[in-house]
Ligand binder design. Structure first.
Ligand SMILES: [Zn+2]
Length: 101
């Protein structure tokens, strides 16, 4: 018996059905939700004017902490006023002159 196997290969069925995506929803995904964490809050809230204890000096400094501010003052005092070491008395004056905001 000869069984003729005709393998009809239906090739490419041209689907005439238009697959138009009629979903009229345009989802505009705007990447507006960017988390910008680039602000580490370095608000320098403490200010000092050297003129407060060194009349005539125009040096001013600002820092976030009193400790940091004192370092700046000490560095400035050593460089511009030849004050190698901030004496407790001067430190008291400096601290008294610190303004906050
Ligand atoms: Zn100064």
């Amino acid at each position: 018996m000869c069984i003729a196997l005709q393998m009809r290969e239906i090739g490419e069925r041209d689907m005439a059905s238009p697959v138009t995506d009629m979903v009229g929803r345009h989802l505009k995904v705007q990447a507006a939700l960017r988390k910008e964490r680039q602000m580490p809050e370095t608000k320098e809230a403490l200010h000092i004017a050297c003129a407060s204890f060194m009349p005539g000096c125009t040096f001013t400094a600002s820092a976030a902490t009193e400790e940091e501010l004192m370092k700046k003052v000490a560095a400035h005092a050593a460089r511009d006023h030849k004050i190698a070491e901030i004496s407790p008395e001067l430190a008291a004056k400096v601290k008294a002159a610190i303004t906050r905001r």
